[in-house]
Design a protein around this ligand. Structure first.
Ligand SMILES: [Zn+2]
Length: 184
């Protein structure tokens, strides 16, 4: 077994993908010695999903430890979720792996129709129940409406939707600083 990922003949584990599986990722947060192998695009997708929508996230553990500071902390922790996700795999700078495909894609064709958003932005738009063609002002409106329903300070103290609130906050962070959406 050579172990050199560059010479791997594995195919990406993403269903239907024919690319080479060059990047490995643990199958679950608590199964760190069993791996999936993905192509560049799919390890990125998997990585983001794992961090935010699967298993026990760091944020949830922290939330247990300090329930009262949830709002303050999540705002901080979710500032650069992609960097955090990559850090788990020992990669400090996603740009080294992804080059121009990393999240901070300049999006030169912002606002054009038929464009294809990076996966992170697409996911953010889904979470915010918005449309890819909306400008930031419109998306912000959708974000505000969701926060109103989900935030314990605004919904009478109901914390049951905290996880969804975290997703919504993460999603707005992606849109807010993205050049894929016009300011409006
Ligand atoms: Zn793939």
């Amino acid at each position: 077994m050579s172990g050199a990922s560059e010479t791997s003949t594995r195919v990406c584990d993403h269903e239907g993908c024919e690319e080479k599986g060059l990047y490995r990722a643990p199958k679950a947060p608590d199964v760190l010695d069993d791996y999936f192998w993905f192509c560049k695009e799919h390890i990125r997708e998997y990585n983001l999903k794992w961090n935010f929508f699967d298993g026990t996230t760091e944020a949830e553990i922290n939330a247990q430890q300090s329930k009262d500071k949830v709002w303050e902390r999540t705002t901080k922790d979710f500032r650069d979720p992609e960097a955090r996700a990559w850090a788990r795999l020992g990669i400090e700078d996603p740009h080294q792996v992804l080059g121009d495909n990393a999240t901070r894609n300049p999006g030169r064709n912002a606002g054009g129709s038929g464009r294809r958003l990076p996966p992170t932005e697409r996911r953010a738009i889904e979470i915010l129940e918005a449309k890819e063609t909306w400008n930031k002002k419109e998306i912000r409106k959708a974000y505000k409406a969701l926060i109103k329903v989900l935030h314990p300070d605004m919904n009478g103290g109901d914390r049951s939707q905290e996880e969804q609130l975290n997703e919504v906050m993460w999603a707005w962070e992606q849109v807010k600083d993205s050049r894929s959406f016009p300011d409006g």
